[in-house]
Design a protein around this ligand. Sequence first.
Ligand code: CA
Length: 228
Amino acid sequence: MAREHILVIEDEEDIQELLRYNLQREGYRVSLAASGERGYQLICSEKPDLVVLDLMLPGMDGLEVCRRVKQDVAVRHIPLVMASAKGEESDVVVGLELGADDYLTKPFSPKVLVARIKTVLRRKAREVQNEECVLVREELTLDPVRMLVKVSDVSVDLTATEYRVLHFLARRPGWVFTRQQIVDSVKGEDYPVTERSVDVQLVGLRKKLGPAADMIETVRGIGYRFRE
Ligand code: CA
């Protein structure tokens, strides 16, 4: 099997080295770029399998790199994992909404980084399952065609909006979604959904899910995710 190619865009030399060492040890081929401009060039010319993208870069910052990549049909499929400092949650939210796949908060352990990269690559390989498939996640079963939900074989009565939110999250376990992304996934329906009302939906949804409520996790400062 060809070794997967990971591009690291990071301006701090010690973090570059830490990433290079640990990723190479896992068998990945690693390229480095110390600026957003250089990183973007390499994304376009080399088309790596995954990019680790620092958000705070001199010149073109990480969000701008993300924006350009996601607007370019030739490279927009390449997964981006953002590396952010503590306190940059609002940038992470923007990055996720631009289409970045995941993020890590510095300082992160090499073990966690490698695990997240493997997860993102695996998800990309699987991509999203057919919209019409029945989803089974531990004790939870979702039937999209009939909009039926069961927890441990007991039917749960959800509103249409609660169902859509649950289905949206459960289709991609482990992915973090911002409130805006959740709004976008359910809007255009019977009544307007706002970012605030997403929290209200989630409270109602968790209550109805009972023992399965903890499958939906709140990600502080970012949004929600379905447990992996
Ligand atoms: Ca930096």
